[in-house]
Design a protein around this ligand. Structure first.
Ligand code: SF4
Length: 682
């Protein structure tokens, strides 16, 4: 029997845990602990522990499929490539769009944006960061000059106070939860603000339940209390920041007194006072957030507020401090770094800057898409739905908008308006069902490459088995398709390492990296030279802004786009659970995970349930202005009165049939975390 262990990186959340894949006779059969894994030291959450179970699922796509007379027929790769190349050639560049994926490697993301810009010559390239942390990328870049987690996961263990808002860290990033436990063991205080009393709330010393969508008011209230008591870090403010007086003008308004913030948010004034004191007086405090902050029409404002608070208290640029957005997917940081965004090339080099355009045209030896900002994912869907004929063809790799995007009726209408859709994936997703061509791709266990975790650590994926049937590695598919479109010279890579060498050459923050240097612990970007050790803590001496100063951003609180009224009297918020991952294509095919949570539910407070005559477990009708679903009710005091919650993993109970696609004006992220809903007995 041939048995081997292959060290690699988890395909689920942005923590980036390492484990060994157990390979018997060429097939992945189990996951085993990898004691020296750099981020998690051998520990895993259930998703990582069972990450082998979907790999050899009988549902894997194994051959290209072409739709003929409304039905899929198996095809050869040549037939599929010829059809796609012919169709793509028939459209103008601005009529085509590409979606890349936060689940594939950096190398594959790099190739996808190169394919969009150099082969199709379209500026329309984006990926699912638009739906989770686009507000982080935009908001932190405005304040700090760089839109990423400022400190490392290990660092969190050195904080004396940890403020977690809008992140159920112990369920969504469980191994980051271990750093919080380490800090608690050393005496750190943990403050948790969220509409739900989650597993993370149970670890907190102070829990502050609040009404979804009131984050800016909460931050302004905390900052007013700090300034009123003279607890701000005046030395840091004077030396490292600007526009403090402008911030003060807004946060000192009566609207943001603790009493008024308490009325808006539902958090008792006494709790807000305690939180302000703990954060300000801690030797070093850190702030952790996730999509509870970002997925709002004021997502960028929320993010800037987190930065205001941590600059005010002088907690930037030091061990145990910082603003720490926890990225969702395993490689969403990398997909952003690789330029799978409509406004930047790799390393956030702006497409609108002529020097950057010339650099990439010269590096790729070809004419490239014109230097203008293309459509975001959410704009692509709106353009397709509202301006038929403007976008005609899409190439989607490893994304499933038919379950993940807001207002699914709108999304379906949009995708139906496409003339030609190519989907490259490992399973027949809800989106692939609507495609003209489906290309069978590879999962994380079937290819070499790199990924960048939430703390900006670039580390390796390693190939453990061949893809099933005729499925291929994503990087190979993109290169072969480019060659079919007469761009083979620009995509002549023999392996992912050669792609990485090109990435390092064109990306200043990755310049000093190579596969050899990434073994075994990876490197945190920026890593500008071959002898640079990487940068686990950002902004230690100056911020990445042009003058090196952090910029305070005064922000007024605005309510969500849709607030409860007589017809829709409750608030709906959505999110993930411990056992499942996003649209469930992988975790719902993992039997040890699926058996723990096989159906969806709507959480409702006992007070609201009593008013509506609803019992625990009863199937109810949940409706918003976008649609209705029938779903079992979970009556629980762990959700705030007036708020409901639905996990978005279940196609049988699709939360996104209800969510609102109102967008943040800067980041174009939708408001998944607050819309008006009614719940009725059936
Ligand atoms: Fe995987 Fe995240 Fe769990 Fe680690 S914490 S094992 S990266 S899902």
């Amino acid at each position: 029997m041939d048995l081997k262990y292959v060290s690699t990186t988890c395909p689920y959340c942005g923590t980036g845990c390492g484990f060994n894949l157990v390979v018997r006779n060429g097939r992945v059969v189990d996951v085993a602990h990898w004691q020296r894994a750099p981020v998690n030291g051998g520990k895993l959450c259930p998703k990582g522990r069972y990450a082998h179970e979907f790999v050899n699922s009988p549902d894997r796509l194994t051959k290209p499929l072409i739709r003929k007379d409304g039905k899929f027929e198996e095809a050869t790769w040549d037939e599929a490539y010829d059809l796609i190349a012919g169709k793509f050639r028939s459209y103008k560049p601005e009529e085509m769009a590409c979606l890349s994926s936060a689940r594939v490697s950096n190398e594959e993301n790099y190739l996808m944006q190169k394919f969009a810009r150099a082969v199709l010559k379209t500026p329309h390239i984006d990926h699912c960061a638009r739906l989770c942390h686009a507000s982080t990328v935009a908001g932190l870049a405005i304040v700090f000059g760089s839109g990423a987690m400022t400190n490392s996961i290990k660092d969190i263990g050195d904080a004396n106070c940890i403020f977690i808002i809008g992140s159920n860290t112990f369920e969504q990033h469980p191994l980051i939860g271990r750093s919080i436990v380490r800090a608690k063991e050393k005496g750190a205080k943990v403050i948790y603000a969220d509409p739900r009393y989650t597993a993370t709330g149970k670890q907190a010393d102070l829990y502050m339940p609040f009404v979804s969508g009131t984050d800016v008011a909460i931050f302004n209230g905390l900052m007013q209390e700090i300034i009123r008591n003279g607890w701000e870090d005046t030395e840091f403010i004077e030396k490292r920041t600007k526009d403090f007086e402008k911030l003060k003008e807004v946060v000192m308004k009566d609207d943001y007194s603790l009493e008024n913030v308490s009325k808006v948010s539902g958090i008792p004034a006494e709790s807000l006072k305690t939180a302000a004191e703990w954060i300000a007086k801690a030797e070093v405090a850190t702030l952790i957030y996730s999509m509870g902050i970002t997925q709002h029409t004021v997502g960028v404002d929320n993010v800037k507020s987190t930065a205001n608070l941590m600059m005010l208290t002088g907690n930037m640029g030091k061990r145990g401090g910082g603003v720490n957005p926890l990225r969702g997917q395993n490689n969403v940081q990398g997909a952003c770094d690789m330029g799978c965004l409509p406004n930047v090339y790799t390393g956030y080099q702006k497409v609108t800057e002529e020097a950057a355009q010339q650099k990439f045209a010269s590096a790729w030896c070809c004419g490239i898409a014109e230097g203008r900002v293309g459509y975001t994912v959410t704009e692509m869907i709106n353009v397709l739905a509202d301006e038929p004929g403007k976008l005609k063809a899409m190439y989607i790799m490893g994304e499933n908008p038919m379950l993940s995007d807001p207002d699914l009726t709108h999304v379906e209408h949009a995708i139906e308006n496409l003339e030609f859709l190519v989907v490259q994936d490992i399973f027949m997703s809800e989106t692939a069902e609507m495609a003209d061509v489906v290309l069978p791709a590879s999962c994380y266990a079937e290819k070499d490459g790199t990924q960048t975790n939430t703390e900006r650590r670039v580390q390796r994926f390693r190939k453990a088995q061949e893809p099933p049937g005729e499925a291929k590695e994503d990087w190979k598919i993109i290169c072969e398709l480019a060659a079919r479109m007469d761009m083979g010279d620009q995509f002549a890579f023999a392996n992912p390492e050669e792609v990485f060498t090109e990435i390092a050459a064109v990306t200043p923050s990755y310049h000093g990296m190579s596969y050899a240097r990434l073994d075994p612990d990876g490197l945190h970007w920026p890593c500008p030279t071959e002898d640079h050790p990487g940068t686990p803590i950002l902004h230690t001496e100056k911020f990445a802004t042009p003058d090196g100063l952090g910029i305070f951003s005064p922000i007024e609180w605005k309510p969500p786009a849709e607030i409860p009224d007589e017809e829709y009297p409750l608030v709906l918020t959505t999110g993930r659970i411990l056992w499942h991952w996003h649209t469930g294509t992988m975790t719902r095919r993992s039997w040890d995970l699926e058996k723990e949570a096989p159906i969806g539910w709507i959480e409702i407070n006992p007070g609201d349930a009593q008013d509506l005559g609803i019992k625990d477990g009863e199937v109810v009708k949940a409706s918003t202005r976008r649609g209705s679903i029938e779903i079992p009710a979970k009556v629980t005091a762990e959700i705030k009165k007036g708020v409901t919650f639905i996990p978005f993993h279940y196609k049988e109970h699709p939360a996104n049939a209800l969510t609102n696609n109102a967008l943040d004006p800067v980041a174009k992220i939708p408001e998944y975390k607050a819309c008006a809903i009614k719940v009725e007995k059936i």
